[in-house]
Design a protein around this ligand. Structure first.
Ligand SMILES: [Zn+2]
Length: 448
């Protein structure tokens, strides 16, 4: 009973009904482990109401949360970004938000992280629930981000790069990187509307480049992609309408059009009628991630999330260069100029298995800003230790129920599905699992 009184579900402020118990805890301004209440973003492309994993996590973690079925729940932000700074669910801590707390308790970041990232949490951790496609986009490298920010700060709000990683929670569909040239050449034959927009010269050039060096391939691919993206709007609409009509008629006649992704094309056209981005499916790899599978979007890799739920981790930045499937500002010349024109089929990002912990998979991308860990612990295990690292961490419980304790936490913290825990650098946390639920958690941190 004492445990239940002292701890509280994340999402419920600790002063609700348990003020007496909370005040028993000695005042420790540097208390480095506490639960967070995170910010939901209701962007229009999000899944509606309880169809959204974001909404379901929220409802599970916070019994007081009311989910509106007619509202999109697009993103859950777990971090200290000024547009979505997480609230601290612990009244013994004087700061109200994670950003305020980190500003006062810099050592919790870890010594290397603190110095490398100027006393800021270097990553933003999210859950995304995607109903309609997000824009065709890429993120600049640091050098280009600085340049763009200087030239157009209204569109490029900071000077940082924005590598991203998405790990599927449900089956998750996205476009990522250029397809192998042979596949694009096949679409040029099978989809005459696509070829029309690219033009015969660029299309022939691409076919010829198939047996040449990577430089010639890149230049032919850039020429094709730029021709498409810079097509006159009126012509795009005409060709897209022709293609939609053709696919619809064939489908109505009972013919399978999946060799040119008929269903996906119709779906994107329905979401973004007349949008040039619909044709991007013939240039970019279509990935269907199963739960636990990941894609990593390094600088200059074109991509778009199409549908599904995922956890996402990224460097703290807002810099996105867009070119279609969006009502937002688009910058086609910059996008065509910056992209990595490297065709590749191999776009799954594979985690490594930890040698110390059989339940831990580590997604460690080739950037310093973040690493994501996935912990899948069977319900037969009663106690599990979240290892200390020299970095601040944010942990999300996706499945299962635990009680968290650490040497610096007086009262164990109960966490259930949707619960989010901040862990300061070099703190280890012991979790007691509530049988018989299996536990699935994701942890974002920065391993320098
Ligand atoms: Zn992106």
């Amino acid at each position: 009973m004492a445990v239940q009184q002292g701890g509280l579900s994340p999402g419920v402020p600790r002063n609700v009904g348990v003020g007496r118990v909370a005040s028993r805890r000695p005042f420790r301004p540097d208390m480095p482990v506490f639960p967070l209440s995170c910010v939901v973003q209701h962007y229009a492309w999000g899944k509606m109401g309880s169809n959204s994993e974001v909404a379901r996590l929220l409802a599970s973690s916070d019994p007081q949360a009311r989910i509106s079925e007619d509202k999109p729940y697009a993103e859950l932000w777990m971090g200290s970004h000024p547009r979505g700074d997480a609230k601290i669910l612990d009244n013994c801590i004087s700061q109200k938000t994670l950003g305020q707390w980190i500003a006062k308790n810099q050592d919790c970041l870890g010594s290397k992280v603190k110095d490398t990232f100027n006393g800021k949490l270097p990553f933003l951790f999210k859950v995304l629930s995607v109903e309609t496609a997000l824009s065709i986009q890429a993120h600049p490298n640091k050098e280009l981000a600085e340049k763009l920010h200087l030239q157009a700060p209204q569109h490029y709000p900071d000077a940082n790069h924005k590598p991203e990683m998405a790990i599927a929670l449900t089956s998750f569909q996205g476009l990522c990187g250029f397809r192998p040239i042979e596949e694009i050449v096949t679409f040029l034959t099978k989809v005459p509307e696509f070829r029309f927009l690219i033009g015969d010269n660029a299309a022939t050039q691409l076919k010829k480049s198939m047996n040449s060096d990577s430089q010639s391939v890149a230049s032919a691919l850039q020429s094709c992609f730029s021709h498409l993206m810079k097509s006159e709007k009126k012509v795009v609409v005409e060709q897209l309408n022709l293609l939609v009509k053709r696919i619809s008629q064939q489908v109505a006649a009972g013919n399978n059009m999946e060799d040119i992704y008929g269903e996906l094309l119709l779906q994107l056209h329905q979401q973004y009628p007349g949008d040039i981005g619909c044709f991007a499916i013939y240039f970019l790899n279509l990935l269907a991630l199963k739960p636990g599978e990941a894609m990593f979007l390094e600088a200059n890799v074109p991509h778009a999330y199409l549908k599904g739920d995922c956890v996402e981790c990224m460097a703290c930045s807002d810099n996105t260069v867009r070119a279609g499937l969006t009502p937002k500002f688009i910058d086609v010349p910059t996008l065509c100029e910056m992209l990595s024109y490297i065709p590749s089929k191999d776009r799954l990002f594979l985690p490594t298995r930890s040698l110390e912990d059989p339940y831990l998979s580590i997604y460690d991308p080739p950037v310093p800003d973040f690493t994501v860990m996935r912990m899948e612990v069977p319900g037969s295990i009663t106690e599990y230790k979240v290892l200390a690292v020299d970095s601040a961490s944010i942990v999300l419980v996706v499945q299962g129920r635990v009680t968290a304790s650490s040497p610096t936490v007086q009262t164990p913290i109960p966490l259930q599905r949707g619960g989010v825990l901040f862990i300061g650098a070099n703190e280890s946390v012991s979790l007691k699992l509530a049988a018989p639920d299996d536990l699935l958690m994701f942890r974002a941190c920065c391993l320098l």
